[in-house]
Write a protein that binds this ligand. Structure first.
Ligand code: NAD
Length: 521
């Protein structure tokens, strides 16, 4: 905003009006360093979820275009793998600087295509930027192990890139998730083919332009678009050695299985149902504010949204206060600085959320707050808005508990003890994240040890690990063996070669060849 000389409110208004007047843009492909128009006749429409205005068109890339992307990535790998680790570090440093400079533009595009609020969209970019910053530590990060076995002999490890790698992204974090994938892939010496979500590819296109500006050579990063046909190409093409996927269970299982059958490495982050446990000794104000923010922020469209609350014992009396706080949240356009809850991604998502709310009512849950008829400002009547919704007395067999709702809906369950809460959560098929609110270290420690969920928050509602750690969702929320970013991400995008070398410093007279297994003793 300082560069444009506008204050943030004026900037928001300018950005939103300029977005409103824009002609639908055709998303281009990035192949071999060139941004090109697809020759396809099949296009996906991207609508602003707050207004239904058509904002862009996304091609289903043709088989020839996809093959060209794979060829370009294979060719580029030959030279890219030979670059020095310091030159790859420099590209990451330049890329992070460009992302920081363009933060507002990226966030503006995310609000237009995805719907979340402007500040939340900046958080989306920032969490991705942190991964680029961590990738800039690649020389240190990729140091191997070395042991001097004897005066003449060394054993050491070398991390080598795999070749062409690919990423397949969901709609809900249009900047963060592509940035979980291509920067680390490229920094480790691989080339990459990235498929953004066909529902909001704009942020990826901007990031790709910044990557080119940062000096990523032709073919090292390629962007392809499309739906299932593009996904299947990525799963099948023999040049592609590894696939990173984030999205729904259904697509993830398909990609994991098909990629594995074709001999590829696959890491797949899937859906979730994250439980927040409220102990009666919790700091009430902190716990309720965190819970409301984590349930309804981003309209509940975060894989780490705290969409389920488990009240232990007397904490159930705080339910009414949660309702009060949820009622205060403003529903509207992500460009309005007063908005807390933006639209959900599509009319289909809205219908799915409505029907899951209704299923809860039909199965006997109590609807404490109903956001289905929420009213919004003039001009937004066609938007996909759902207001904060709270269902209580929910039982584990109910559909609204079993399924990921992915909307601004909080389901509440009540138990008597911490043990029951732990058992409930461990029985749920997902294991993405969970949080406990308590003032007791002993309770938190017990929860941490006994809970079978890969990411745990203690008085922290959305414990998405920073990129010096890895994203460790577990059980039904993950398929594969090696997690995203951090040391795991480094492991995913590289293979280890272990070298044992002998350079004798003095002549040793050999009398005969030995056929015994060398023991190096
Ligand atoms: P989605 O599965 O519909 O789409 C993700 C990608 O898969 C897209 O690029 C899409 O083109 C492709 N795809 C969709 N259907 C496919 C099919 N049948 N076969 C092959 N490919 C297909 O997911 P979404 O709706 O964009 O994202 C929301 C989901 O992602 C939620 O379930 C959410 O929990 C999950 N998610 C998980 C994490 C995590 O880290 N665990 C993070 C973000 C989102």
């Amino acid at each position: 905003s300082s560069r444009l000389g506008l204050n943030p409110t004026t900037l928001l208004r300018t950005l939103s009006t300029s977005a409103a007047k824009r002609e639908p843009q055709k998303a281009q492909l990035l192949i071999n360093g060139e941004f090109i128009d697809s020759r396809t006749d099949k296009w996906f429409e991207v609508h602003n979820p707050a207004t239904q205005e058509l904002v862009s068109l996304v091609p289903q890339a043709t088989p020839d275009e996809l093959a060209e992307a794979a060829r370009s990535a294979s060719h580029a790998f030959k030279a890219w793998r030979k670059t020095t680790v310091l030159s790859r570090q420099r590209k990451m440093l330049d890329l992070q600087a460009l992302i920081r400079e363009n933060m507002d533009k990226l966030a503006n595009n995310i609000v237009t295509e995805q719907g979340k609020t402007f500040n939340d969209a900046k958080g989306d970019v920032l969490r991705g930027l942190q991964v680029v910053e961590a990738a800039a530590g690649i020389p240190d990060f990729s140091m191997g192990q070395h042991l001097q076995v004897s005066r003449d002999m060394d054993t050491y490890t070398i991390r080598e890139p795999l070749g062409v790698t690919a990423g397949i992204c969901p709609f809900n974090f249009p900047a963060m998730i592509p940035l979980w994938m291509f920067p680390l892939a490229i920094a480790t010496g691989n080339t990459h083919i990235l498929k953004p979500s066909e529902r909001d590819p704009g942020a990826t296109m901007m990031l790709a332009k910044l990557a080119i500006e940062a000096g990523i050579p032709p073919g090292v990063l390629n962007i392809v678009h499309g739906g299932v046909d593009t996904v299947n190409f990525i799963c099948d093409d023999p040049a592609i050695k590894a696939i990173s996927f984030v999205g729904s269970d259904h697509a993830g299982k398909h990609i994991h299985d098909r990629g594995n059958q074709n001999g590829k490495r696959v890491q797949a982050n899937l859906g979730a149902k994250n439980h927040g446990v409220i102990m009666p000794d919790a700091d009430k104000n902190h716990a309720l504010n965190q819970l409301v923010g984590a349930a309804f922020g981003a309209a509940g469209q975060r894989c780490m949204a705290l969409s389920t609350v488990v009240f232990v014992g007397e904490s159930k009396q705080w339910q009414d206060e949660i309702v009060k706080r949820a009622q205060e949240l403003q529903v509207g356009s992500g460009f309005d600085p007063k908005t807390d809850v933006g639209p959900v991604i599509s009319p289909q998502a809205l219908d799915r959320i409505h029907s899951l709310i209704q299923s809860g009512v039909d199965e006997g849950a109590e609807l404490l707050l109903d956001g289905r008829q929420v009213s919004v400002a003039a001009g937004l009547e066609k938007g996909n808005f759902v207001g904060p919704t709270i269902l209580t007395n929910v039982k584990p067999h109910m559909k609204c508990y079993q399924e990921e709702i992915f909307g601004p809906v909080l389901v509440c369950l009540q138990v008597d003890t911490l043990d029951e809460a732990i058992e409930l959560i461990n029985r749920n098929r997902y294991g993405n994240g969970t949080a406990i609110f308590t003032r007791s270290g002993a309770v938190a420690r017990k929860f941490q040890s006994e809970i079978d969920v890969g990411q745990v928050g203690v008085n922290v509602p959305i414990p998405v690990p920073l990129p010096m750690f890895s994203f460790t969702g577990s059980r039904g929320s993950f398929l594969g063996d090696v997690n995203f970013y951090g040391r795991s991400g480094l492991g995913f995008y590289t293979s280890i070669k272990t070298v044992t070398s002998l350079w004798r410093s003095e002549d040793v007279a050999h009398t005969s060849a030995s056929v015994n297994m060398p023991t190096m003793q």
